[in-house]
Design a protein around this ligand. Structure first.
Ligand SMILES: [Zn+2]
Ligand SMILES: [Zn+2]
Length: 92
């Protein structure tokens, strides 16, 4: 968590990082910014700010819903860096 703590002065982010840091150490549940609590494995951590979000908040925070992701605009789909290809169906 230190990396993220050092790079922001945003009180909202600092509050989340500190609270969630303690929760991660306990290893059970994490409280999202929306104040709901979920098991760690159901939370999504932001690469940039280090805060964990529940699915609903992660879709907003990351700027795209899972539905948007499944239907990417053409410029995303055709770019090998931007695209997140869905796994190919298993060949039988
Ligand atoms: Zn973030
Ligand atoms: Zn949430």
């Amino acid at each position: 968590m230190d990396y993220y703590l050092k790079r922001t002065e945003n009180p909202l982010i600092l509050k989340d990082l500190k609270r969630q840091g303690l929760e991660v150490n306990k290893g059970k549940e994490i409280t999202c910014r929306c104040e709901k609590t979920f098991p760690i494995q159901d939370m999504y951590r932001c690469l940039y700010c280090g805060v964990y979000f529940c699915l609903e908040c992660a879709e907003k925070h990351f700027g795209q819903s899972r539905e948007d992701y499944d239907n990417p605009p053409a410029h995303v789909e055709s770019n090998p860096i931007l695209a997140h290809p869905l796994p190919s169906p298993v060949q039988t």
